[in-house]
Design a protein around this ligand. Structure first.
Ligand SMILES: [Zn+2]
Ligand SMILES: [Zn+2]
Length: 391
């Protein structure tokens, strides 16, 4: 395995150049046309069986080993975000208003180079590696569920699935994961509040939806503090408030939009009723009314226990025992969870923060960037995961 490390380090420039190329040309979810064709032609050059246009812009490459055996799926997401990049780097986004601010450029580059390394060693593999390049992770409904509906887990049938995410909240070169529940279910809601518009100077002739919206925002926080078992974990965040056009007019309606994160299925199912009860009754208490539109999003991400143990074992070989960290549960969401609902597998963080280089900005920041020195580690993890199971 030491030779593999050397072989991957010799490809460090290639993985960095791929990442920068993708970074310069970011594309939003289900619009990853350039990225998708770059991926497809790279995989074709390796001699893989390639299918494009899965879930619109997704690509799947299949590497058949020498002998029959299990099929391991490795997944990378390809989409960027509607953010204007503020970094002053030579590989800055060339697409105004769109940016790879989550590291998916790195995920795509690492998986491509892993495919290259594995394809060189296919004579040693008893089984297949399937490389799934997924569109649109950032927005529900994401690309994972669509790829599954379009058969990515079939022919050949996938036995295990693995994926990773760069993490700027963990030190460079660490591998961070846990058994069991790893990331939260992420759901969302829109509340429409009906008041009665009028003149700002005569509030007694109106029903003020802005005041009602404000009361609802405050009251929603009592769900977590007063209704949920303190040992359970829930987040309710109102991320958007919209109402009114003019400073001296009481508007007719107000809108609230927010996200709900849960780690317990029963709690998740109870949240729409709780929100609706508070929104409607608060609005009625002030003489207005409210409608709640609640949508269930990505399910919680759950690592299968022996797959997580396996990744930890592989990680100890790749980065050393001291750099393998047990993760806390994250209230973030990830649609890799759909793959892990269907087949056993594991997802993990690859720490990519480097304080000394100033590469410590959070994901989704306009200043996000990560330490590219960790890219070969991600390649090595992918390669070792497959080789460890198929050789
Ligand atoms: Zn993201
Ligand atoms: Zn992401």
């Amino acid at each position: 395995m030491e030779e593999i490390k050397e072989e991957i380090l010799a490809l460090k420039d290639e993985v960095i150049n791929l990442r920068r190329d993708i970074h310069m040309h970011p594309e939003l979810g289900f619009e990853e046309r350039r990225t998708s064709s770059l991926v497809a032609s790279y995989l074709k050059n390796l001699g893989l069986e390639v299918q494009s246009g899965i879930a619109k812009t997704g690509v799947v490459g299949l590497l058949r080993g020498k002998n029959e055996g299990k099929t391991i799926l490795l997944r990378a997401d390809m989409d960027a975000l509607p953010i204007k990049e503020m970094n002053d780097v030579q590989y800055k986004s060339r697409n105004e208003g769109i940016m790879h601010a989550c590291g998916h450029d790195g995920h795509t580059a690492m998986l491509l180079v892993a495919a290259k390394v594995l394809s060189r060693h296919k004579e040693t593999l008893n089984g297949n590696a399937k490389f799934a390049f997924q569109p649109s992770e950032e927005h529900d409904p994401g690309g994972a569920i669509k790829m599954i509906e379009e058969g990515v887990l079939d022919s050949p049938h996938v036995d295990r699935a693995f994926g990773l995410h760069l993490g700027n909240f963990f030190n460079k070169g660490t591998i961070v994961l846990r058994d069991g529940i790893f990331m939260a279910e992420s759901d969302s809601f829109i509340i429409k509040i009906f008041g009665k518009g009028g003149h700002g100077a005569y509030p007694h002739k109106s029903v003020d939806p802005v005041l009602i919206a404000s009361q609802i925002v405050v009251s929603l926080q009592s769900i977590v503090s007063r209704e949920i078992d303190p040992i359970d974990s829930v987040v309710v965040t109102v991320g958007k408030i919209a109402s009114g056009d003019v400073f001296n007019v009481i508007p007719e309606v107000a809108y609230l939009e927010g996200t709900v994160r849960t780690i317990n299925k029963l709690t998740a199912q109870s949240m729409s009723g709780r929100i609706e009860r508070i929104a409607k009754n608060t609005a009625r208490a002030f003489g207005g009314d409210a409608d709640v539109n609640y949508s269930f999003g990505y399910p919680p991400l759950i690592n299968n226990s022996d797959s997580a143990e396996y990744v930890k074992k592989i990680a100890k070989e790749a980065v050393g025992k001291e750099n393998v960290i047990d993760a806390p549960i994250s209230m973030g969401g990830e649609d890799m969870s759909y793959f892990l609902e269907k087949v056993p597998g594991a997802f993990f963080w690859l720490g990519s923060m480097n304080n000394e280089k100033g590469l410590d900005k959070p994901h989704h920041s306009a200043y996000f960037d990560f330490d590219e020195d960790v890219l070969p580690i991600g390649v090595e993890m992918h390669v070792r995961i497959v080789m460890g199971m198929l050789t």
